[in-house]
Design a protein around this ligand. Structure first.
Ligand code: HEC
Length: 259
């Protein structure tokens, strides 16, 4: 096939794959937000399945870009080589160019994957992170040592709603009960949804964690709870909610405006 035609076809394929990536990326960001995998599906696919589609399209795009690079390699080598006075022959072989491209790209991908794999960290809860302000990433070491006192202050001096409690709702509930979705007609960013529900027991009874349905829901003991498993929180988070409720479940509205 004619070289120019091949180039055009490859570029058209790459352009379509790129559009596919944007489209699936959009699906994963907005119609199917994080946390919705178990509750929602779109055109027969769940969030995770769309994630797979997104991944395979991106691999296809990578492949198309590689072919594109190989097809233009001579040009690249000649131009860069001339700039740096490296090239002696005007027509380097396409086979050698191809192999070189694949080696460079494989090396970069491996290096990236390796770095990513080794950089995964457990999330440091924002309630502790915030004490340190904008300390940046090098503060991770310090964070580990700061955690202990922060934890004990939770039990001794009570918890702060915006610092300790709301982030739990934000991280674990907001994707299904917030501005994008209001499953069961309930929003965690609406104070009143916790304290009064038309004709039903309020979720929170201030001062009495054992009488608060919210605690049953997040500790997994509520009978007939729909999708009970997505509602269960860690023992640590449940303890914070209990402490907060027992201390009167104060939800300061002055800061409410920040939502
Ligand atoms: C993955 C989505 C999802 C997440 C995350 C989620 N929920 Fe739900 N929640 C649901 C669904 C689905 C229902 C049931 C909706 C229905 O019955 O129509 C529900 C129902 C509820 C109800 C009403 C149940 C009742 O019997 O009154 C409350 C309250 C609730 N969730 C609170 C929470 C809290 C608190 C969190 C965070 C700890 C949370 N949800 C996280 C999906 C979610």
């Amino acid at each position: 096939m004619n070289r120019t035609l091949t180039n055009i076809i490859i570029d058209i394929i790459a352009a379509f794959l790129f559009l596919g990536m944007i489209a699936t990326g959009y699906l994963l960001r907005f119609p199917l937000p994080p946390g919705s995998n178990k509750t929602l599906s779109l055109w027969g696919f769940t969030r995770h399945q769309w994630g797979d589609v997104h991944f395979w399209i991106s691999l296809g795009l990578l492949l198309a870009l590689l072919v594109h690079l190989v097809l233009h390699w001579n040009w690249i080598v000649t131009v860069i080589g001339k700039r740096c006075h490296l090239v002696k022959t005007a027509h380097p072989s396409i086979l050698r160019s191809g192999i070189l491209t694949i080696v460079i790209v494989t090396l970069s991908i491996t290096l990236f994957a390796w770095t990513a794999q080794n950089s995964v960290k457990e999330i440091v809860r924002p309630m502790r992170g915030k004490h340190l302000g904008h300390a940046g990433s090098q503060a991770n070491e310090t964070l580990t040592t700061v955690q202990a006192p922060a934890q004990s202050s939770t039990t001794q001096a009570g918890v702060d709603f915006w610092k300790d409690v709301y982030p739990i709702f934000e991280n674990h509930c907001l994707s299904c009960h917030g501005s994008q979705k209001q499953l069961a007609g309930f929003r965690v960013d609406h104070k009143e949804d916790f304290f009064s529900r038309d004709g039903r027991a309020p979720l929170i009874v201030p001062g009495q964690d054992s009488k608060s349905p919210l605690i049953e829901i997040v500790s997994g003991t509520k009978i007939d709870m729909p999708m009970a498993n997505v509602h269960v929180l860690s023992g640590h988070d449940v303890a914070i909610l209990k402490t907060w409720i027992d201390a009167g479940a104060k939800w300061t509205v002055a800061t409410d405006a920040k939502k």
